[in-house]
Design a protein around this ligand. Structure first.
Ligand code: THU
Length: 160
């Protein structure tokens, strides 16, 4: 049996076309790049999440002299939320980046480990996380759920 997997997402020309709330979240993600510790890659990533409480929480990539120990902005943020606001649901997350001396004009795409972690949080709270992916300028991708980023992801249900 032949099957097909597809999903819908929005691609908007520039951030000014987003809702006011999404614009604010993306702005917070861009600002969060300033808190990145990325002396090895010089690629600063910022993430911002909007919680069910209305709070906006930020995270950024934190690198290590032992490279694999470094952690991406998205997982820094998710784990921080899981620790500090375990009762809150994540409504949306915006991610952006500032590459040293290079343009930041196309949407960033989260790495595989972050996609797993995003899926884990969606399953943990049984709520979709709207993903807003962008550079500092340029088009913005908006996905209704992080699950779209990881088709056939491992959701742990098989462990039960
Ligand atoms: N990085 C993130 O923080 N998020 C992503 O979505 C992609 C990559 C970080 C990891 C590393 O510190 C640097 O960017 C270069 O890969």
């Amino acid at each position: 049996m032949q099957k097909k997997y597809e999903f819908e997402y929005e691609l908007v020309d520039h951030a000014g076309l987003l809702s006011i709330a999404d614009q604010a979240l993306l702005k917070a993600a861009i600002k969060a790049t300033e808190t990145a510790y990325a002396p090895y890659s010089n690629f600063k990533v910022g993430a911002a999440a909007c919680l069910s409480t209305g709070q906006i929480v930020i995270g950024s990539n934190q690198e290590s002299a032992s490279f694999p120990v470094g952690i991406c902005a998205e997982r820094t943020l998710l784990n921080s939320i899981g620790s500090q606001y375990p009762a809150a649901t994540i409504i949306a997350m915006a991610v952006s980046y500032d590459p040293f001396n290079k343009p930041s004009t196309v949407p960033i795409s989260p790495c595989g480990m972050c996609r797993q972690s995003l899926l884990d949080y969606e399953n943990r709270y049984q709520a979709p996380i709207k993903m807003i992916l962008a550079g500092k300028t340029g088009p913005v991708m908006v996905l209704p759920t992080a699950a779209h980023l990881l088709p056939f992801g491992f959701d742990g249900s098989i462990l039960k």
